[in-house]
Design a protein around this ligand. Structure first.
Ligand code: NAD
Length: 287
């Protein structure tokens, strides 16, 4: 099976590498020539543009930053894809953009599913992502052999766009946990308690979470190399609040977390990992 892979960043690059390891032929494209070159070094084929990556592909995967990039790339995928192409967008974008992509794809016989992921760079590298898939049941089943090489939890959550709504829910929970872990660290340190020891106990109890497992040590050491950039989480909080508005519901904690993420960005931390929410909570408490 030939796979066209577009967007070879922090997530896309290891995901494409896993597809290569699984024996798929992968043709990759990214606006960064350096990232295309790295895929070629791993045994993939470098493409000169989106159209080149799509030509001859049975499946196209996109892993792009945000809705505008998908809105730019998806029409080319749909136009230049071969008949019956399966298009799997794994970027985190607005649900309505995914619905629009699926609608336009269906009009020309391209099968499109939205399949955003959770699990971070570690999950992408290890092939253990959680993947929430929206689309027609038969298209989701067709995508499964590819998705199973990228993740271990793959759930069909509803029609086109539903994957993105689940991802929005995921992001508000993740943001909330980072905010509260940050507050726990600030409380422990201000009280003269070793935060590393304190968080070790939390990790083993009811407050335990994947975030505490993976990030408590780096947070305590103030190591904030991304990972998942604050800029991207800011985008995701916007998606979550817009989804809440569209659904007519009030999510007060999500609103607060969105403001903390906005503050991190305003303080110049947009390129840091989202665990850098700690810097915002620290600054709130600085003398
Ligand atoms: P990234 O910025 O590292 O990667 C995006 C890549 O897309 C970059 O290499 C960029 O050059 C490329 N790109 C941008 N516009 C393009 C275009 N028009 N054509 C081709 N390539 C283009 O971002 P990432 O961290 O890999 O995240 C990608 C998506 O996955 C985002 O939607 C993000 O929200 C989501 N996500 C990220 C993580 C994470 O931990 N990093 C986890 C889950 C989901």
């Amino acid at each position: 099976m030939n796979i066209g892979f577009i967007g070879l960043g922090i997530m896309g690059s290891p995901m494409a590498a896993n597809l290569l390891k699984a024996g798929f032929a992968v043709t990759g494209y990214d606006v960064s020539a350096e990232r295309v070159r790295r895929l070629a070094e791993l045994g993939g084929k470098g493409a000169s543009g989106v159209v080149d990556a799509v030509a001859g592909a049975d499946v196209v995967v996109t892993m792009l930053p945000d809705s505008p990039q998908v809105e730019e790339v998806a029409p080319l995928v749909v136009e230049y894809g071969k008949p019956n192409l399966l298009y799997v967008d794994m970027s985190t974008i607005k649900p309505e953009t995914s619905r629009e992509v699926a609608r336009k794809a269906a009009a020309v016989g391209v099968r499109a599913v939205d399949a955003p992921v959770s699990g971070g760079e570690r999950g992408a590298v290890d092939g253990t992502l959680s993947i929430m898939v929206g689309g027609a049941p038969e298209d989701v089943e067709a995508a499964r052999p590819v998705l199973e090489r990228l993740g271990t939890t793959i759930v069909h959550v509803g029609p086109a766009g539903a994957g993105q709504t689940v991802k929005a829910a995921n992001q508000l929970v993740v943001g909330g946990i980072y905010g509260l872990v940050s507050e726990a660290i600030v409380l422990l340190e201000a009280s003269g308690v070793d935060p590393a020891a304190g968080l070790d106990v939390l990790a083993g109890g009811l407050a335990g979470s994947r975030i505490l497992d993976l990030k408590r040590h780096t947070m305590v050491k103030r190591e904030f190399a991304p990972g998942f950039r604050i800029d991207l989480h800011h985008k995701d909080m916007g998606i979550a609040l817009a989804a809440a508005r569209a659904a007519g519901v009030s999510l007060p904690l999500t609103g607060q977390v969105a403001q903390l993420v906005a503050a991190a960005r305003a303080q110049g931390h947009g390129s840091l990992d989202h665990s850098a929410l700690l810097k915002v909570i620290e600054r709130l408490n600085a003398a």
